[in-house]
Design a protein around this ligand. Structure first.
Ligand code: GRF
Length: 191
């Protein structure tokens, strides 16, 4: 069984999709939700769906001596970032090489980098007059929104599009995330 931890900072719709997708899977289990925000709605979703969760404040997230033992306690093999706003420290990247995936709500390398999250991304896309946007699923390294691109899908930006309407289109595209994670893990762990 490959045991996943999902890291999420706020709403958690992607986390919920992932939990539902892997419920009953013979080979992959969502074993833990980690949030750096005590009031994140993802923690309520986890409780409702019966998945263990931990609030990990920033100071503990960046402490190797605290955070790695926590992941070890849950025997975590793989990490999925789903709306997680802290940059992962080197000790985490070293412990999970190519084993951390992220989803970003634009077609990277466009509209990535520090401060490019949520509505900021959609606003920037509209201000730049782009005719397409989309999502990128990628491995992470020690920079924001870099790493190897595993999957991208696109949507049209219509005239009169607002950050809100674009966000809704992007959330639709994001429903592919669990399947992409499953395929990636299947190749990596041969299951
Ligand atoms: C998603 O748009 C994701 O692409 C980005 O942050 C957002 C998180 O949404 N990284 P949610 O918390 O999963 O609802």
């Amino acid at each position: 069984m490959v045991r996943i931890a999902i890291f999420a900072s706020s709403n958690g719709s992607n986390a919920e999709n992932l939990i539902n997708h892997f419920a009953g899977s013979p080979s992959v289990e969502v074993s833990l939700i980690v949030s750096n925000r005590v009031d994140a709605f993802v923690l309520e979703r986890a409780a409702r769906l019966g998945v263990e969760s931990r609030y990990v404040p920033k100071s503990e997230f960046y402490s190797e001596d605290i955070f790695l033992p926590l992941l070890d306690d849950y025997k975590i093999d793989f990490i999925v970032l789903a709306g997680f706003l802290l940059k992962c420290p080197t000790f985490l990247l070293d412990k999970y090489p190519n084993r951390i995936l992220n989803i970003h709500p634009s077609l990277l390398p466009k509209f990535g980098g520090k401060g490019m999250y949520g509505e900021h991304v959609h606003k920037a896309v509209l201000e730049a007059g782009e005719s397409v946007s989309g999502i990128t699923i990628h491995t992470i390294d020690d920079r924001y929104d870099c790493g190897t691109i595993i999957h991208q899908s696109e949507c049209k930006v219509d005239s009169g599009e607002t950050p809100l309407s674009l966000a809704a289109k992007i959330h639709e595209l994001e429903k592919v995330y669990p399947q992409v994670v499953e395929n990636y893990i299947g190749k990596m762990f041969n299951n």
